[in-house]
Design a protein around this ligand. Structure first.
Ligand SMILES: [Zn+2]
Ligand SMILES: [Zn+2]
Length: 381
């Protein structure tokens, strides 16, 4: 007896007892026969016998796929993408009846009714939109709730890297999170997690939300500065991950907004997993309690000999190398210090001498205060 004849016998047994739709009946045997269309096989096995009863397993869910396809098309109409995947939640009773039939007739290695529905919806959506199914790394993931007839969409995050130059004092680097949701995203902040846009983070976020849409933007900064610091030269590098973007591509030209210039903006694979090593050229204006003379200032040159040790309250200890030291005396109690140092050296603490050794106050043997510090350049190693 051929494989097909054996299958016909079992299929006949099943349909004598249970009404099944073409899709469900065909699904039980299509893998075994290496066929792709469950529906056609089901039709053939039933000998075009049409039943008026609803399918025992799915209650004719497959007749209603057009409705869910429309739901998917409506939900995704604002998104630009090329790949997608479909997931579904179906009534547990459908799954139970599917399992029951499969175990009663000892049918193994076949698709579940849920897998068949998502496969079918994926095929319909792909045919309609020319988008490609990719369930390993989809740009868009649909989750259909077939019970409540809802469609959820998740868009994979995108990451952009770039640099910013801050040519005027007065911009905080980071934006204060939304008061209402503490940054998680809520209706008040339009799900952005920030409600105002008056910082470097705010300016970049606004530009990105305009170009790509999206909910929250998560930043990774390569170092930080004060509100009163300038960031010059080629600027400070940053990475920003945008959740749920509408668009995945856009022209990213250099742009200046107020006194913030954004450069080298580009889409990248992801934010760095480990913190990047970088060096900063920092110019700092320092006032001293006692008068200073050139002889004591000259001692600052020795800073390049050994690394500066930074102690944190947590007990953490780190070393920062200083590679270059230049200084200029401005008056009896004021001088400018320019250093090239390993990224992350806490400048104010380094000047005052707050758990940083050696430090400027200690070297000059007089209490010193950092009036201002600016970044002349930042280079990533
Ligand atoms: Zn069915
Ligand atoms: Zn909020």
């Amino acid at each position: 007896m051929s494989n097909y004849q054996q299958i016909t016998i079992i299929a006949n047994k099943i349909i004598k007892k249970y009404d099944l739709c073409d899709n469900c009946l065909g699904r039980l045997f299509s893998k075994q026969l290496h066929l792709t269309s469950n529906k056609l096989l089901g039709k053939k096995l039933k000998n075009n016998l049409n039943s008026t009863e609803k399918c025992y397993i799915c209650k004719n869910l497959f007749d209603n796929l057009g409705h869910f396809l429309k739901l998917m098309l409506d939900t995704s109409s604002d998104y630009t993408f090329t790949t997608f995947c479909v997931g579904a939640m179906i009534k547990p009773s459908i799954v139970d009846r599917d399992d029951f039939i499969r175990s009663q007739y000892k049918l193994k290695g076949i698709d579940s009714v849920k897998a068949d529905i998502t496969k079918e919806l994926g095929r319909l959506y792909s045919r309609k939109t020319k988008k490609r199914i990719d369930c390993l790394d989809p740009e868009i993931t649909f989750t259909l709730n077939l019970k409540d007839e809802l469609c959820q969409l998740r868009s994979k995050s995108i990451t952009i890297s770039g640099r910013y130059v801050k040519s005027q004092r007065g911009y905080q680097q980071k934006q204060k999170p939304c008061d209402n949701c503490s940054g998680k995203g809520c209706r008040i902040c339009n799900f952005h997690g920030i409600a105002e846009f008056d910082s470097v983070e705010g300016v970049i976020s606004k530009l990105i939300f305009n170009k790509f849409g999206g909910t929250t933007a998560k930043f990774t900064w390569i170092g930080g500065e004060d509100k009163s610091s300038l960031v010059l030269g080629s600027g400070r590098p940053f990475f920003v991950k945008i959740q749920n973007p509408f668009k995945r591509k856009a022209r990213l030209a250099d742009t200046t907004i107020d006194s913030i210039t954004l450069r080298n903006l580009k889409l990248v694979h992801e934010s760095p997993k480990k913190s990047l090593k970088f060096n900063s050229t920092i110019s700092t204006t320092i006032s001293t309690e006692s008068n200073i003379d050139s002889k004591s200032l000259r001692k600052l040159k020795d800073l390049i000999i050994n690394p500066v040790v930074v102690y944190e309250k947590s007990g953490k200890r780190s070393e920062k190398k200083i590679f270059e030291v230049k200084y200029k005396k401005n008056s009896q109690n004021l001088f400018t210090l320019v250093i090239l140092a390993e990224g992350g050296l806490p400048i104010k603490r380094f000047v005052i001498g707050d758990d940083v050794k050696p430090n400027i106050s200690q070297i000059l043997e007089t209490p010193c205060v950092c009036k201002e510090f600016d970044f002349l350049d930042i280079e990533v190693q």
